[in-house]
Ligand binder design. Structure first.
Ligand code: IMP
Length: 174
């Protein structure tokens, strides 16, 4: 069986949109205590580009979560594999996600973070697959809405592969 990845969103399109998101966040968080909470592993490349598009003295922190096994269906169970290094109380948190699919991961993380008393908490996601939503989540900063296809690249994986692709595509097997 051979496998190839078809481009859905090019590196250039991603770069353009990430710059726009960065500019928006820069405007909204002037004179605030911005901390980007980067959800690993999928958003590591998006977050690296996004934080450099934000012209503010922000802080970054990382949260390791696991919501999928080796397959492509959400288990509905979100396991924290690596917690934040510092408290977020009194901070203006922006959660940086690669993709909101069923919404279960973000819903769970919002509940978790609210118990830690941040000043404000918002969500920035590169991608959204609205047809797959199982819970409603508000995405304050969104890169692209996509159709119901399993995507890889720019940090996203299937069974840990394809994270290093510079574009977003879907895997085709024949
Ligand atoms: P949710 O909890 O169903 O919203 O899924 C969120 C997580 O599932 C994302 O952070 C990704 O790690 C993973 N995920 C969902 N859809 C895709 C996809 O199309 N490609 C790669 N990972 C995905």
């Amino acid at each position: 069986m051979s496998e190839r990845v078809d481009t859905m969103i090019s590196a250039e399109e991603i770069a353009r949109r990430v710059k726009e998101l960065g500019a928006e966040i820069t405007r909204d968080y002037k004179d605030r205590n911005l901390v980007l909470v980067i959800i690993l592993k999928g958003s590591f490349i998006f977050a690296a580009d996004l934080c450099r598009a934000i012209d503010l003295p922000l802080r970054v922190d990382f949260l390791g979560v696991r919501s999928y096994g080796e397959g492509t269906e959400s288990s509905g169970v979100v396991q924290i594999t690596n917690d934040l290094s510092k408290p977020i109380s009194g901070q203006d948190v922006v959660i940086v996600e690669d993709i909101v699919d069923t919404g279960l991961t973000i819903a769970h993380l919002m509940d978790l973070f609210h118990t830690r008393n941040p000043s404000t908490i918002k969500v920035c996601s590169l991608l959204h697959k609205p047809v797959r939503a199982r819970v409603t989540v508000k995405i304050d900063y969104l890169g692209f809405t996509i159709e119901d296809k399993f995507v890889v690249g720019y940090g996203l994986d299937v069974a840990e592969r394809y994270r290093n692709l510079p574009f977003i595509g879907n895997v085709l097997r024949d």
